[in-house]
Design a protein around this ligand. Structure first.
Ligand code: BG6
Length: 514
């Protein structure tokens, strides 16, 4: 039950594989929240504007807040205007939007939804295809799915011949046990092919490009292994603090919020073996193999740590003083929640034998940057006597995920002139140069894939569980041995705790500056 087959066209000097979704309705739970107005609706609007959606679609926003359809439409309109979207088609788009208020625990809501879906499916000729999007807090995932099931809404039967897909936002569980339980619960109502576990990092253009870069270029693969690569650094740094999400974040921390999902996804794409086709399960099989091959973290070891956690204190970012984590509204007064994490990861397979992957992620760091640095080994012999091998800087391939989306390669080159001078130069390409500054939002790609029925960019249950299997022991040690696994502090606006430098220093390496 997937959409049409991809049409291959040649546009802007490149091959494009375009798939159009079948007509469908979208029911968004948590429709009065931030995610819906800031990300989901704008993404759907863009798909509509770019003519991916045609006119056979509808959106039902659903939440506890009492709103009329008119009020919901006004809210959508102002959200789109605020984001400076071209207003040309907004009015037409709004005629496809509806709102239903209700209590997620009340059977009445699902009865009303069923009736509405039936009517709108007819009005907009959506062939019974419905996408249910959970933009709610995770504790509502099971009650909502159960409520829909009681009304038989997930059923994809021969007589309705439509798809019924369910999208779940992270966090998908809080640890291994709760993630397994959530899967068990959802599996009593749904089949795996109906479940889309979203990770918005996978919708970022430059993240999607990792597989293209690795497997559509014949010069990359031969050097992508332990023979040539010294180590890999993956950085996801933010200058923002926890802001108005402190209540949620304080119960979660950087390990659960960023590492267990986004960071491990980036790692698995960098380390993946080549799938034989770009089919969802083949790609996900290979990613799961990477997660399975990660060496488990060893308990806290102050001499040779493999994970460092930190928390920000007051400091200056862009010349402005910002408060300490503990002073954020919503954090507990003596909270030990980490806002920073750095880890050394080994992947136990032939390709990556003894290649360390250094991962770091934190809030209130110097700047917002997400990048992956592939640091190559130095040359085996220097012919430029008296320069030694170690005097020649390593080649570094930098995959910039954000904000300056692009790729660069640091090389050694001769400086022009009569003297023999060597310097590092950069070969680079920037997405802005080819896309005119407009990199599509991740939710556009991901929502389109949900409608098409392509699960390649979504977590599969086994991946989620393996990721939790890796990090759950760490959560447990931190809880039971806080003295042995101390929380280090760093000033806001810095590169993170000094102690995180030891992860690399002990091995004669250093972090690239943020
Ligand atoms: C979310 C986290 O998944 O990703 C947030 O919950 C984080 O804490 C955000 O700020 C970062 O996303 P992006 O796309 O801005 O890098």
């Amino acid at each position: 039950m997937v959409g049409s087959k991809p049409i291959v066209t040649f546009e802007n000097n490149g091959f494009c594989m375009t798939e159009r979704p079948d007509p469908c309705g979208l029911v968004i739970f948590g429709a009065s929240g931030d995610l819906t107005s800031r990300k989901l609706i704008p993404a759907i609007y863009q798909l509509f504007n770019k003519k991916f959606m045609g006119s056979h679609f509808y959106i039902i926003g659903c939440a506890r807040t009492e709103l009329s359809t008119d009020e919901f439409r006004k809210k959508i309109e102002s959200a789109l205007m605020e984001l400076n979207y071209e207003p040309v088609h907004i009015h037409e788009f709004l005629t496809h939007c509806f709102y239903t208020a209700g209590d997620y625990h009340s059977p009445d809501l699902y009865k009303r939804l069923k009736k509405e879906i039936k009517e709108l499916n007819q009005t907009f000729q959506c062939r019974q295809n419905v996408l249910f999007y959970m933009a709610t807090p995770p504790y509502l995932y099971v009650p909502i799915t159960e409520g829909l099931t009681k009304e038989k809404l997930p059923r994809e039967t021969i007589e309705n011949r439509g798809f019924r897909r369910f999208v779940y936002e992270k966090p998908y569980g809080r640890d291994l046990e709760s993630a397994i339980q959530l899967d068990r619960d959802l599996n009593t109502f749904l089949s795996e092919h109906q479940i889309y576990r979203i990770d918005h990092y996978l919708g970022k253009e430059t993240v999607q490009n990792i597989l293209m870069f690795r497997f559509a270029n014949s010069i990359v693969e031969p050097v992508w292994n332990h023979h040539y690569i010294d180590h890999v650094q993956i950085t996801v740094a933010e200058s923002l603090g926890v802001g108005h999400r402190a209540g949620y974040y304080d119960q979660s921390g950087q390990l659960r919020d960023m590492f267990q999902n986004h960071m491990l996804q980036l790692l698995s794409l960098i380390a993946i073996e080549q799938p034989s086709t770009f089919a969802a399960d083949q790609v996900r099989d290979e990613k799961v193999k990477v997660l399975r091959a990660i060496e488990p973290f060893v308990p806290c070891n102050s001499q040779y740590p493999c994970i460092i956690r930190g928390q920000y204190q007051a400091g200056k970012i862009n010349g402005e003083m910002v408060s300490a984590y503990l002073d954020e509204k919503g954090t507990e007064s003596a909270s030990q929640t980490e806002s920073y994490l750095a880890a050394r990861v080994y992947i136990n397979n032939w390709r990556w034998k003894e290649v360390p992957f250094y991962l770091r992620t934190g809030k209130r760091l110097k700047s917002k940057v997400t990048q992956i640095a592939i640091v190559f080994k130095s040359v085996p012999h220097s012919m430029f006597y008296p320069l030694k091998e170690s005097d020649l800087a390593n080649n570094i391939l930098l995959l910039n995920v954000q904000p300056d989306e692009g790729i660069s390669l640091k090389m050694q080159a001769k400086m022009p002139g009569t003297k023999i001078c060597m310097t590092s130069v950069k070969m680079e390409f920037n997405y802005r140069d080819i896309l005119g500054g407009k990199v599509p939002e991740p939710y556009e790609r991901l929502l389109l894939d949900c409608m098409i029925g392509d699960q390649t960019l979504f977590w599969r249950y086994d991946g989620v569980e393996l990721a939790w299997q890796l990090v759950t022991p760490v959560i447990d040690w931190w809880k039971t041995n806080p003295e042995e696994c101390p929380l280090f502090y760093y000033p806001a606006g810095s590169q993170g705790p000094i102690e995180a430098e030891n992860l690399l220093k002990l091995e004669g390496r250093q972090w690239l500056p943020i």
